[in-house]
Design a protein around this ligand. Sequence first.
Ligand SMILES: Cc1cc2nc3c(=O)[nH]c(=O)nc-3n(C[C@H](O)[C@H](O)[C@H](O)COP(=O)(O)O)c2cc1C
Length: 248
Amino acid sequence: MNDTIKTIHSLRTIHGNFSDKKISDNDLETILQASVCAATASARQTYSILVIRDKEKMHQLSEYIGDVLLIFCVDFTRLIELAKHLNHEFDVSDAIGFVTGSTDTIMAAQTACIAAKSLGIDSLFTQRGMHRRDIAKVFDILNLPEQYCFPLVALVLGYPRAEPEFQKGRLTGKSIIHWGTYHCLSTDEKEALVAQYDDTNKHLGLIDNWAQLGMKHYLDWFYSKWSQRVDTKNFVTALKKSGFLPSE
Ligand SMILES: Cc1cc2nc3c(=O)[nH]c(=O)nc-3n(C[C@H](O)[C@H](O)[C@H](O)COP(=O)(O)O)c2cc1C
């Protein structure tokens, strides 16, 4: 493996357990400059990155505390303002705009995460404080434009207080990588996947103690407990207000 592949394979989330060690201004600048190197549709860079170092704000926005919080917003404001400035029409109120812009945004976010890791800085992606709580508060705290700007993901950066006990696994192979055409799962393949999730040595799921919680399979816990807890009402209202989703 070369150094880049080694860095990617060494990625793992620090679940909120960051130390007080500071990220240097130099490293932070390197991460931000790497982030904006990500590919971008039509060279538009339809995102903004908000950099938060204030710990209280960081917690309010993400529910975690690291040394730095980066909030990646899909954002057409800059392009809209420039169009107005030069007297051009520029309409982004369609699903394609949102999907393409979001793609740009997430690519910049993952690039920041890899750049950070290459500098020995760990991270945690989260949307919890933004999408599952009071998203209007996020707009307020960050003074985000009401329309055509929407916070997609937060990246907490810092140094770990303690090393995670293990690195989480990932599915790979036929169920993830489809060569040429889409491959639908056979019953045997589904059983094999259920077994993979149940193999606690693979650490594929979010928890390993699903059996103690009375579940036959990890995925029983995932579908019956974990996936039931999302309240999307505030999120959808905010997305409509931002103009990215039609109001009715
Ligand atoms: C969009 C997104 C949101 C996430 N939200 C959280 C979160 O709120 N809290 C958390 O502890 N981890 C969160 N994670 C991290 C995942 O739990 C983690 O990536 C996954 O369990 C795999 O572990 P690994 O990153 O250590 O390999 C999030 C990851 C992504 C990509």
